[in-house]
Write a protein that binds this ligand. Structure first.
Ligand SMILES: NC(=O)c1ccc[n+]([C@@H]2O[C@H](COP(=O)([O-])OP(=O)(O)OC[C@H]3O[C@@H](n4cnc5c(N)ncnc54)[C@H](OP(=O)(O)O)[C@@H]3O)[C@@H](O)[C@H]2O)c1
Length: 326
């Protein structure tokens, strides 16, 4: 990969996730001048330019000019429209050798559900394509991102995906594209599950007599403290510690925690969680159908380096284990 200082990164879409990732890239010592954003909403443009010092344009073609990496950060249904600009921007970056052909920018999509085959159909031939599924704690550099590249994707695309993974926090390489739907259900949507749990705990404590603000403070700080402990488990690596061990450490036999956990178990907690995750993963897969881009790839898409029609191939095993920050 060319030196990080020479990358030119274009974001299509300047909403919540773009803001989180750009903040992370700046922490990774990417200069604001290396980043441009295409964003239709004036309010969002002003906020991004003011807070992060990057150039933001209402014209995607301007944002894409000279880009080496394009981050697709729009809702799945806006992807076709946003990607149109790739055809008109002349965004191919100059390559190292004199006289060598310009390289097309790497396209990295964070849009839930949209497949490599669909992205290939909606972008110019030869575009290297990577998918990433970050989550909202990326805002604080505390995110976890699932990354997937099809086989035969150039190494520079993998390196750029890892740059985005580092910007968001920590990242893990996935073996198949299908795993991205599960990652979307688990960590992509996951922060909301923990917030819901904390909200409901606070509400239940209020019903037991605590003032609302005290209950919310206790629930939020408990979620934070448990999160820090869980983070230590993840950092320790496989075999060194586990979430189950942490749970057992606060569950004395016949005690208060055991009484609550028994109620959850008897109430079908496991089955409910399993159903919730299945619903989220199914919805992620379904999102691809509302984009206007056919889900199955045509044979002519093969030149994009994408998975062949209807298939999702495995990436050579390259999963970053716990404790390995990209
Ligand atoms: N939020 C999360 O926690 C999360 C986590 C993982 C992945 N993602 C994925 O990240 C993507 C963005 O999510 P988000 O939460 O950041 O959404 P968001 O806040 O709505 O940001 C998307 C932005 O893109 C703009 N946009 C719409 N059409 C565009 C176009 N043609 N060209 C350029 N910009 C355009 C939107 O403007 P308008 O508002 O005017 O349409 C909006 O400002 C989604 O695909 C989502 O699946 C989100």
């Amino acid at each position: 990969m060319q030196a990080q200082g020479t990358e030119r990164i274009a974001f299509l879409g300047g909403g919540h996730m773009a803001r989180a990732l750009i903040g992370g890239l700046l922490r990774e010592r990417i200069a604001p001048a290396q980043i441009r954003v295409g964003e239709p909403r004036a309010e969002a443009r002003e906020a991004l330019a003011g807070e992060l010092g990057v150039e933001v344009s209402p014209d995607n073609r301007h944002a894409l000019a000279g880009a080496t990496l394009v981050v697709l950060a729009v809702k799945p249904q806006d992807a076709t429209c946003a990607l149109q600009a790739l055809y008109a921007s002349g965004s191919a970056a100059p390559s190292a050798g004199a006289g060598a052909a310009a390289q097309p920018p790497v396209l990295l999509s964070i849009a839930a559900g949209l497949t490599i085959a669909q992205l290939a159909r909606a972008s110019p031939p030869g575009t290297p394509i990577v998918r990433a599924m970050p989550n909202r704690p990326a805002l604080l550099g505390a995110g976890i991102t699932g990354l997937y590249v099809p086989p035969q994707t150039p190494p520079r695309a993998r390196a750029l995906a890892e740059l985005i993974g580092r910007a968001a926090g920590r990242a893990v390489w996935l073996r198949t594209e299908d795993e991205l739907d599960v990652v979307t259900a688990l960590s992509g949507s996951g922060p909301a599950y923990f917030f819901l749990l904390a909200e409901r705990l606070a509400r239940a404590a209020q019903a037991l007599g605590l003032p609302a603000d005290t209950a919310e403070l206790l629930a939020a700080e408990t979620l934070y403290g448990a999160g820090v402990l869980a983070h230590q488990v993840a950092a320790a690596g496989p075999g060194a510690a586990s979430l189950a061990q942490e749970r057992r450490a606060v569950t004395s036999r016949g005690g208060t925690t055991a009484a609550a956990l028994q109620v959850l178990e008897e109430g079908g907690f496991d089955a409910l969680i399993a159903r919730a995750l299945q619903a989220a993963a199914a919805r992620a897969a379904q999102l691809a159908t509302g984009t206007g881009i056919p889900a199955a790839a045509a044979p002519e898409d093969a030149g994009h380096g994408s998975a062949p029609s209807g298939t999702r191939e495995a990436t050579p095993a390259s999963v970053y284990g716990p404790g390995h920050r990209l």
